[in-house]
Design a protein around this ligand. Structure first.
Ligand code: LMR
Length: 320
């Protein structure tokens, strides 16, 4: 029952879902979270509210998962590369450099049995995985072009809290520096780090173009997300509410996947128009040499996770 508000303001919801994330609203994840809010509040007639906390306003990389496990928030959507830090290193397969040629290859995992197997590990951490969705492919940035492995020599490169991405930077001759996403723009401006990697939508919406003179369109790795909720919270919802919330979320993730490419393309267009940052394309040979330099990373991940994960991954990626 929605309680009538005394002041004529909209009625207060019976429950409010708290959705925390670390990126700007004008990104695939930000737009998905906002779409989810609209759908849940519309379909519940206001009985269920959604409060979105973008830009790490409430919790950031270093505490959002713990906050979820403690029930301080109800939904987060971290990068898949960040699940290693909560004891699920198999999720780091998504961050392997040059693993996916395109998003259809990603779908062979996220929409197939391997994606389901990955999600089955979350209850061990008191969490429930509700769905995968995209941002896109990452590009390298610094204050020099990054076209060949030698260009990375000695650079301090900000990375997500990820074994695979740190190994990727070391294989390129750079020094990985793990920082929260919300700290990255400040660290680049202060010279604490020299460069980083992002899909262009994150690079642009965090204004990294103001402190990075060169963006190299390496397309070297995938950035995607999983929406996770707290298991106790999810199990205590009324079954009809849970079904409606899940349906609204699935529709929001499908929406995000349809606009993610466009979001990254629009950000690249805006970056070109801003003229602050030189944008470099790579030759086939340059990309091949980067791919060759990071080949050891796959074996390094394989030594950290059960062998079946890598065999399942190879199986999933074989073209149907
Ligand atoms: C990053 O930390 O670079 C990304 O995972 C941020 C995000 O959530 O897209």
């Amino acid at each position: 029952m929605v309680l009538p508000a005394a002041t004529g303001a909209p009625p207060r919801p019976d429950i409010t879902l708290r959705f925390s994330h670390v990126v700007a609203e004008e990104t695939p994840k930000g737009l998905a979270a906002n779409r989810f809010k609209v759908l849940v509040e519309q379909r519940s007639g206001g009985r269920i509210g959604v409060q979105v906390y973008p830009n790490a306003q409430l919790y950031g990389d270093d505490d959002e998962m713990q906050a979820l496990q403690m029930g301080a928030v109800d939904l987060v959507a971290p990068s898949l590369s960040k699940f290693g830090r909560i004891g699920l290193p198999e999720f780091e397969m998504f961050g392997l450099p040059f693993l996916f040629d395109d998003l259809s290859a990603v779908r062979r995992i996220t929409l197939g049995p391997l994606g389901q197997k990955l999600m089955q590990g979350l209850p061990r951490q008191g969490l429930v995985g509700l769905g995968f969705f995209d941002n896109g492919f990452k590009q390298m940035s610094a204050n020099r072009p990054l076209l060949e492995p030698k260009d990375f020599a000695g650079l301090r490169m900000r990375v997500q809290a990820s074994f695979v991405i740190a190994a990727q930077m070391r294989a390129l001759g750079a020094k990985p520096v793990t920082l929260a996403f919300s700290e990255t723009r400040r660290a680049l401006a202060a010279g604490v780090v020299d460069g980083t990697e992002n899909p262009v939508s994150n690079f642009w919406t965090q204004n990294m173009h103001e402190v990075q003179s060169d963006l190299s369109l390496t397309e070297h790795g995938y950035l995607g997300y999983a929406v996770v909720t707290n298991q106790r919270f999810w199990q205590h919802l009324q079954p009809d509410d849970r079904a409606m919330i899940n349906q609204a979320l699935q529709e929001s993730l499908a929406f995000a996947n349809t606009i993610a490419d466009a979001q990254n393309d629009q950000a690249l267009q805006a970056l070109r128009q801003a003229g602050t940052t030189r944008i470099h394309s790579l030759s086939t040979g340059q990309r091949a040499r980067l791919r060759q330099a990071v080949e050891p990373v796959q074996q390094q991940l394989a030594s950290r996770i059960a062998p079946r994960w890598m065999s399942d991954l190879k199986q999933a990626l074989r073209k149907a």
